[in-house]
Design a protein around this ligand. Structure first.
Ligand code: ADP
Ligand code: MG
Length: 618
């Protein structure tokens, strides 16, 4: 990649901003030199009008410098102080009217424009990208909410210019989110209607887009996204849930917190809310500064409690969705995909509610914080004419699951056209497993260690059962956009787990070629190893089953027959052990024979065992 043609993608958010780049391996977030993937959209200025701190540092010290810390500046972009009266109470700093009815922030004697503040954020992100690439960056695609008017879009362009960036295109955030999922690029071109549900820190937006594929006369690789409807609430977001939690805590503590105490409570509340997205309860323990001292708090907060606080807010967002559908004259059934955007959509309750409103599972494969920046970078690649390098329309490598012993069961084979679907049954190899780890793999090799792991997820909540008894049905579904939906159901207990992955992200054509070549080189070895590993897994179950029966049936088993089985068991156990030590040390054909011989010889034992069970039932 060279300085001339790299076009980065930037999500200039109200709460957080991110930068991404898309190359032959697909889109990816660029972290700061310190490893941060997200820049809090907060800038602190000194009285002299110079930037003192930016990002995490500025956010952390916000309470110490309330008048100098500028957060949520996006709310003022391209607007007059008069237009923003609704927002002013939310902003801790002084906003005044500047020239031509444009808002300015007053710090000491200085008047700072929102464009300058946004420019400081953009400049920081530009540095992150330059540090990562080792060369300068000039061009960017920057996203804005779909409802931004011309003045707001122009202000965003101006901010870019101040930061030394050429905003090659201003893209709607929901459009970027769709592009990140590969919707609207490549040639798979059926018309699609997409809803993008974006719940950020302080704002909620729902957008309904229609994707118009290019026709023969229009050879542009980028399809056109038409905005059918937008709705939302500029004062609804994850922060409101934090506020509700703070209120609950304050009611219980019955104190007047100092500004520092209030900030502590906000941080605790946000932290608790985030933990509750992954676990059913969390602990809030700290000391809070208040007017007449400090008071310690130590309390468990459950997900149920937090959900009760969040419910009215989430219901409100659902009402906006219904309104947007009505405006677009569409029913939920006419929506093809729902994309989730914004950190707050990690809350399970939000996912569930969106699922109910639109009557389908939303897209969650990409990190909701990152999806807009990723999509902006995809647009950058399209603009630079390099989107051909992206793997979009086929599944270049097989998709499968890791099985016992580290082998791979392939469910969907390479070069399958999408959409593609496959199911397969699995079981456990250890007694009383209550959870199964599912490792989703991509590649042509026979062993998991030689494939690319796309993600590991857990199926939990199974009742303990003997090995081999659980019936795990796994379904892989790759939809028309190339998104892999994996679902696993244990049929006896109904335990379920699902995950979503974009398999082609992070994969280049070169890597595909390399993996294909390696698969050819190792074909024979791989096959043998896979066979041995499967034989080990199956023989282990057989040996265990026969041992159990021999023990249970005791003297009912004729001594000669018992002796015959013992000999065969010893042989097979020996092969299992040898195979486990080194798969090359056993002959797969001999191993297979040994297993067959034992299986055959044990038929009588099976029968005896069934008769015994029937007798017991009498
Ligand atoms: P914006 O688009 O406004 O810049 P983001 O998309 O970054 O905002 O979302 C920020 C919000 O997401 C914050 O309120 C934050 O607390 C919330 N958030 C982040 N991670 C989680 C999580 N795991 N669970 C719940 N909320 C989260
Ligand atoms: Mg956002």
């Amino acid at each position: 990649m060279d300085a001339e043609s790299t076009i980065i993608g930037i999500d200039l958010g109200t709460t957080n901003s991110l930068v991404a780049v898309c190359d032959a391996a697909g889109p990816r977030i660029i972290a700061s030199p310190a490893g941060e993937r997200m820049l809090p959209s907060v800038v602190r200025y000194g009285d002299d009008g110079r930037v003192e701190a930016i990002g995490t540092q500025a956010r952390q010290d916000a309470e110490k410098y309330p008048q100098h810390t500028l957060a949520s500046i996006k709310r003022l972009m391209g607007r007059g102080a008069g237009d923003a009266t609704d927002d002013l109470p939310l902003l801790g700093y002084r906003v005044v009217d500047g020239p031509n009815n444009t808002a300015r922030v007053a710090i000491g004697e200085q008047l700072i424009s929102p464009q300058e503040v946004s420019a400081a954020i953009l400049r920081e992100l530009k540095h992150w990208a330059e540090a990562a690439f080792g060369h300068t960056v000039r061009d960017a695609v920057i996203t804005v909410p779909a409802y931004f008017d011309d003045a707001q879009r122009q202000a965003t362009r101006d901010a870019a210019r101040l930061a030394g960036l050429d905003a090659r295109r201003i893209v709607n955030e929901p459009t970027a989110a769709a592009l990140a999922y590969g919707i609207g690029i490549g040639s798979a071109g059926t018309p699609q209607t997409i809803a993008v549900y974006d719940l950020g820190g302080g704002t909620f937006d729902i957008s309904i887009l229609r994707l118009i594929p290019p026709d023969e006369t229009n050879t542009d690789t980028a399809h056109f996204f038409q905005v059918l409807a937008t709705a939302g609430d500029t004062h609804l977001g994850g922060d409101d849930i934090d506020t509700a939690i703070v209120r609950l805590l304050l009611d219980e503590m019955n104190i007047q917190p100092t500004p520092t105490g209030r900030q502590q409570l906000r941080n605790l509340a946000e932290h608790a809310k985030i933990s509750l997205s992954d676990s059913p309860k969390t602990t809030i323990a700290s000391e809070i500064e208040h007017e007449s001292g400090r008071l310690s708090i130590n309390r468990t907060l459950t997900r149920d409690e937090a959900e009760a606080l969040a419910a009215p807010l989430i219901t409100r967002s659902g009402e906006c969705c219904t309104r947007a559908l009505r405006d677009a004259k569409l029913t939920p059934a006419q929506i093809d995909r729902v994309v989730l955007v914004g950190g707050a959509t990690r809350m399970p309750m939000v996912r569930q509610h969106v699922g109910e409103v639109f009557e389908m599972n939303p897209y969650t494969a990409l990190d909701p914080d990152e999806v807009v920046a990723l999509g902006a970078s995809v647009q950058g690649t399209v603009l630079s004419g390099k989107s051909d390098a992206l793997l979009l329309d086929v599944l270049p490598l097989s998709l499968g699951l890791e099985t016992a012993g580290g082998a791979v069961a392939k469910l969907i084979i390479r070069n399958s056209t999408v959409p593609a679907r496959a199911t397969e049954m699995f079981s456990t190899s250890v007694d009383n497993q209550t959870a199964i780890k599912l490792n989703v793999l991509q590649g042509e090799r026979e062993m998991a260690e030689n494939c690319r792991s796309l993600g590991i997820f857990n199926l939990t909540g199974m009742p303990p059962m003997p090995a081999g008894i659980p019936q795990l049905e796994v379904e892989f579904l790759v939809d028309a956009n190339g998104v892999l939906n994996v679902s696993a159901v244990e049929r006896r207990s109904g335990a379920k787990a699902t995950t979503q992955i974009v398999p082609n992200h992070g994969l280049t054509r070169d890597e595909v070629s390399r993996m294909e070549a390696e698969a050819l080189t190792h074909a024979r070895d791989d096959m043998t190893r896979h066979r041995v590993v499967d034989l080990i897994a199956n023989s282990t179950l057989d040996v265990k089953w026969i041992e159990d029966r021999l023990a249970k049936l005791g003297d009912d088993v004729a001594p000669a027959y018992r002796a015959e089985l013992e000999v065969l068991l010893t042989t097979l156990r020996g092969m299992v052990e040898a195979g486990e030590r080194n798969w090359r040390s056993v002959d797969a054909d001999v191993f297979y024979k040994a297993k067959e011989t034992l299986d055959h010889a044990s038929i009588r034992l099976h029968e005896q065992s069934i008769v015994r069970t029937l007798r017991k039932d009498d």
